[in-house]
Design a protein around this ligand. Structure first.
Ligand code: IPE
Ligand code: IPE
Ligand code: MG
Length: 253
């Protein structure tokens, strides 16, 4: 193996976002129920968080639960939510040991208040860490986030905190739940699905997309390295021409 050596550490994506998909199919292949897949998906989360921290990636956003996932069968929703919240709580000492700062984004009005408190506590206990920023998207959807941002902007215009004519792309960015993070340069989706499923629609405007058939519970550091190597072979043009990019090295990440 040894893919890690092929990564150009000077040109790492600063922010990687992952749609962790395929837990249910992984479990089904093994004749188990869907929660068994989610349970094993947690192992992949640990492994990939560690892999990103070792490499020096600054931001990792993991799509763990969408607002649409609330419509799944009640048993799965309850089991998965418990697993996510319990895992986050249990991982806090490891996060602190590895200098990882936890953030959560999503519509927390849909969470039971006790779960919300657990998340707030976990976030608070890691807030002084300065290494990898781990952003868990939980009860998240991009359309919810954009609608929420528009509502807040409208309220600020109404109360004269903001002038409608002063609204720029920067203003909108500041009202998103990801305001403090740079946009992802690389978005990975596992399990062979080629869609975005309501994830970071605004922030992924110029992200490189990487799709793999590997199901999330099988995804490990070597798969991550593969995705980063693939990313590093791409030319990011941002609307410009190849010649412009080649003549101005500053444009290359
Ligand atoms: C990803 O795996 C986890 C969540 C969406 C919560 P799935 O549960 O979507 O697994 P598949 O896609 O049905 O295999
Ligand atoms: C996207 O996966 C959401 C998460 C990984 C949390 P889904 O399995 O819910 O997406 P669809 O339904 O296949 O688009
Ligand atoms: Mg799925």
């Amino acid at each position: 193996m040894g893919l890690k050596e092929d990564i150009d550490i000077e040109r790492l994506p600063r922010h990687i976002a992952i749609i962790m998909d395929g837990n249910g199919r992984w479990a089904k292949e093994k004749g188990e129920d869907r929660l068994f897949g989610h349970f094993h998906g947690v192992e992949s989360v640990r492994n990939i968080v560690e892999g990103c921290a070792e490499l020096g990636v600054q931001y990792l956003t993991l799509y763990a639960f969408s607002t649409e996932n609330w419509d799944r069968p009640k048993d799965e929703v309850t089991g998965l939510m418990e697993l996510l919240i319990d895992t986050i709580r249990q991982e806090v000492p490891t996060l602190n040991k590895n200098n990882i700062r936890l953030h959560v984004i999503g519509n927390f009005e849909m969470l039971p208040p006790a779960a919300k408190k657990e998340l707030d506590d976990a976030v608070g206990e890691t807030k002084n860490n300065t290494g990898l920023n781990l952003i868990m998207a939980l009860s998240y959807s991009s359309r919810w986030e954009l609608t929420d941002a528009v509502k807040k902007i409208a309220a600020d215009v109404k109360s004269n905190k903001l002038k409608a004519e002063d609204i720029t792309q920067d203003t909108l960015q500041k009202y998103l739940s990801t305001a403090e993070f740079p946009d992802p340069e690389l978005m990975i989706r596992t399990s062979g699905e080629f869609r975005i499923s309501n994830f970071l629609l605004y922030q992924l405007a110029y992200a490189e997309l990487y799709f793999t058939d590997t199901l999330w519970p099988d995804f490990r550091k070597e798969n991550l390295y593969q995705a980063i190597i693939d990313y590093q072979q791409r030319e990011r043009r941002f609307g410009k021409t190849t010649e412009q990019i080649k003549n101005n090295t500053e444009q290359v990440l």
